[in-house]
Design a protein around this ligand. Structure first.
Ligand SMILES: Cc1ncc(COP(=O)(O)O)c(C=O)c1O
Length: 371
């Protein structure tokens, strides 16, 4: 026996989350100069100049941050139409709040429900608590949302031991989305002992009329938790800041188990400035829409199909195993993400970059597929 045999069964059964390969590593390994990192759904424009300026103004790094995040919560409350700050939980990325939810509600003998091909952290957070993840089969190839969440099928997987139901809208890595009416129909079926966690990491990329009315739902459905992030459209991935909106009662539970200073001062300050910079956000969303059209057209021209996406990436059916193509693309200086671990071995997930990065990606793909 080794010490690892004594770890929780759920933990021993896990595979570590695969992050995008860093640019420096690819430069070192393959000696390439031109590198386009399209692997982590980051904002290719960087972050808001206002957020950048706020960071450069300096902070007293020797002091602990405001553990309660007073100023950021006040701004978020205004952003969400006067949402009660007692229902806002800040996190070290939205990942942090997903884990806090799991730690509050999951344990051996309990389960969480999520779709096949859903964001990997749902399974990681669930199994790390010794609970099991019940996977709902995804929608079939003939659906308007192939590989997307089958929300109508979720209820059949919820039982007396279910505590969390994760819905990613839009979902990573598929990019697929759910119509608000379908999410609300599921909300109405959520039993009292269970929370629906609506993960809206990519919400900003949806058109306003496509976005669910979550503030209205939160007022009416106490078992709803909505998670958001500053990592994507706001361009603050490296600072790690996200949040959850919930009832004050649920936020109070999350607050009891979070680290006292789970979000740092730089992240709080940058997020505050980013929230106010609506011009940067609009530009980010516009560049994403153009880039998505460019990539979809270029890929289509090569006979490759993307799953429908309302996020800042496309999930492309390569018609052959994705991992060797991913490795060949690295040699061309293009970093994308193989998604075999998501049950999509023939797909690659490509984040939308600038026009130049997208062109680089399309040229590199033509090279590796032609050769
Ligand atoms: C669907 C989804 N939820 C949550 C996250 C977590 O983001 P962060 O922890 O950076 O807020 C991601 C990141 O890729 C994601 O794709």
């Amino acid at each position: 026996m080794s010490i690892t045999d004594y770890a929780l069964d759920g933990v021993r059964g896990l595979t570590a989350y695969e992050t995008g390969r860093p640019v420096e590593e690819i430069a070192r390994e393959f000696g390439v100069q031109r590198i386009s990192k399209l692997a982590s759904n980051e904002n290719p424009l960087g972050c808001s100049p206002q957020a950048d300026a706020a960071l450069r103004a300096g902070l007293d790094w020797a002091r602990y941050p405001d553990g309660g995040g007073y100023a950021l919560k006040a701004a978020l409350s205004a952003h969400h139409g006067g949402f009660d700050t007692a229902g806002i939980t800040l996190g070290n990325g939205s990942n942090d709040v997903l884990e806090l939810l799991a730690r509050c509600f999951l344990a051996p003998g309990r389960n969480a429900v999520a779709s096949a091909h859903a964001f990997a952290v749902y399974a990681l957070a669930t199994q790390a608590c010794g609970a099991t993840l019940r996977e709902v089969p995804a929608l079939g190839p003939d659906s308007t949302q192939p590989r997307g969440h089958d929300l109508a099928g979720f209820a059949a997987h919820i039982d007396a031991d279910t505590r969390l139901v994760f819905v990613a809208n839009p979902n990573n890595p598929t990019g697929t989305w759910a119509e608000p009416a379908a999410i609300e129909a599921l909300l109405q079926q959520i039993p009292e002992h269970c929370l629906l966690v609506l993960d809206e990491a990519y919400r900003e990329y949806q058109r306003p009329e496509e976005r669910p009315p979550v503030e209205d739902w939160l007022a009416r459905y106490p078992n709803l938790v909505v998670t958001r992030t500053f990592s994507k459209a706001y361009g603050l991935a490296s600072l790690r800041i996200g949040y959850a909106l919930s009832s004050p009662e649920v936020a109070d539970l999350l607050n009891r188990i979070r680290q006292p200073f789970n979000t740092n001062a730089a992240a709080q300050r940058a997020a505050l400035a980013a929230l106010a910079d609506t011009d940067f956000l609009a530009r980010s969303v516009a560049v994403n829409a153009q880039g998505m059209a460019q990539l979809e057209a270029g890929l289509g021209g090569m006979g490759l199909h993307c799953l429908p996406s309302r996020a800042n990436f496309v999930c492309v059916d390569m018609g052959e195993p994705g991992r060797p193509l991913f490795e060949a693309l690295l040699r061309q200086g293009v970093i994308v993400r193989p998604v075999g671990g998501y049950g999509l071995p023939n797909f690659l997930r490509i984040s939308i970059g600038t026009a130049e990065e997208n062109t680089h990606c399309l040229e590199a793909l033509a090279t590796v597929r032609g050769g």
